[in-house]
Design a protein around this ligand. Structure first.
Ligand SMILES: Cc1cc2nc3c(=O)[nH]c(=O)nc-3n(C[C@H](O)[C@H](O)[C@H](O)COP(=O)(O)O)c2cc1C
Length: 389
């Protein structure tokens, strides 16, 4: 385990929930809520987490678990864990160069990193920051198709291994914490949030001196928009709700590398993605930030895995906060899992060191859970772990 600050602070950050607490202390309420929150009543956000509590593991005992391998294979390439960091936009609002911090942590841990279209680091900056790291580029399909195609071409030129198309966001979700906090990107200063920022100098002073983060991948999206700080708010406006399966086929033809479709929740859609030649799907509800009345991805996983697990690689995300959650997801048929908030919390609490700590915590818990279950390799994880024989 690597250390986080002093011994005492390391002691107090023993779990993802504890890291979340550290992030909450450091960030203004409005910024913390932007990362932490979900849509509307946050039913999906809660459901994602609760879904894991419905699965209990039944351990094998008296097996030699002194040596355990956590190694996995994701998209045909070895990974030190069956885990990847999912794309999360606007990370730089949590820590100066927050995207690079998370990317480095992921590369250091030997797992893939997903860069969001709406990241605060460019495609090329990430390629430079983690030249040896596994890089996936997540594209939102924008109304300006030509712009999207250029982004995809840039990712190809920068050597990104996979293109991830997020399909659960034809329109933006209704994130009510942001309404309550007057939070928008770019910031609009109101009496309420000004006080919030002023009361959190550990966050606001660096922000003040280093400047408000930008979203470099989106520069030029709008011919009329030259102020990059104004771009984030224009992204929602620029999503293309008409994007459909025919368009996805065109993307498949355009992209030479691995193609991942993120946000699939139904068997029929998973079959269609497999039929189009997609290499992987991520069963996801965008961390509960989109369709609030939606099903938890973990609940959709077993049927989708049974139907198409042999044709397309299945990943799942939403609510993974413990190493044991990785075991549950794999036992239900996932090849790997993605995380969003865990590394965001770590980064918001302590930059790259904090993001590394989040990954260390999950890795440590994953190993411990495998040992406690009597399992010594990822390939041994299957649905038998739920049965008493
Ligand atoms: C602050 C934040 C920003 C996100 N931005 C994106 C994004 O730009 N593109 C995307 O496909 N998913 C995005 N997501 C969703 C994540 O990739 C992932 O699906 C989700 O966070 C997983 O749930 P978890 O946070 O419970 O791990 C975002 C999530 C959060 C919390």
């Amino acid at each position: 385990m690597r250390f986080f600050g002093s011994g005492a602070s390391r002691q107090s950050t023993y779990s993802i929930e504890a890291l979340r607490g550290r992030a909450r202390e450091r960030l203004p309420r409005a910024v913390f809520d932007f990362f932490d929150g979900g849509a509307e009543d946050e039913r999906a956000l809660t459901a994602n987490r609760n879904a894991f509590g419905r699965h209990q593991l039944v351990p094998y005992v008296l097996r030699d678990v002194s040596e355990v391998s956590l190694a996995a294979n994701i998209l045909g390439t070895p990974s030190s864990l069956p885990l990847a960091v999912g794309p999360t936009g606007a990370a730089g609002f949590g820590w100066h160069k927050g995207d690079i911090a998370i990317a480095r942590a992921a590369a250091g841990a030997g797992i893939p990193y997903g860069l969001s279209t709406s990241a605060t680091a460019s495609i090329e900056e990430i390629a430079e920051a983690i030249p040896q790291g596994r890089r996936w580029f997540q594209a939102y399909i924008l109304k300006n198709r030509h712009f999207t195609e250029k982004l995809i071409a840039r990712a190809q030129a920068a050597g990104f291994e996979a293109l991830m198309i997020t399909v659960d966001l034809p329109v933006g979700g209704k994130r009510e914490r942001d309404y309550r906090n007057d939070f928008s990107i770019p910031f609009k200063f109101t009496c309420r949030n000004f006080l919030d920022f002023a009361l959190h100098p550990r966050w606001s002073l660096p922000m003040f001196f280093r400047g408000v983060p930008r979203m470099p991948n989106l520069i030029g999206i709008d011919a009329a928009t030259t102020d990059t700080k104004a771009l984030a708010s224009s992204v929602g406006r620029n999503y293309d709700p008409s994007f459909d399966w025919d368009d996805l086929r065109r993307v498949r033809d355009l992209w030479d590398g691995k193609l991942i479709v993120k946000g699939v929740m139904r068997v029929s859609d998973a079959e269609r993605a497999a039929g189009l030649g997609c290499d992987a799907i991520v069963i996801s509800n965008h961390g509960g930030r989109q369709l609030d009345a939606g099903l938890a991805p973990l609940a959709a996983l077993p049927t989708i895995a049974r139907a198409v697990g042999g044709e397309v690689e299945i990943m799942v995300d939403g609510g993974i906060r413990r190493g044991a959650d990785i075991v549950v997801a794999l036992a239900l048929g996932a090849k790997a899992v993605l995380i969003g908030r865990p590394t965001l919390y770590g980064m918001c609490a302590g930059g790259e060191v904090g993001a590394m700590l989040a990954l260390d915590i999950l890795q440590d818990e994953f190993r411990r859970t495998m040992q406690l279950c009597g399992l010594t390799s990822v390939s041994q994880i299957n649905s038998d772990i739920f049965k008493t024989d």
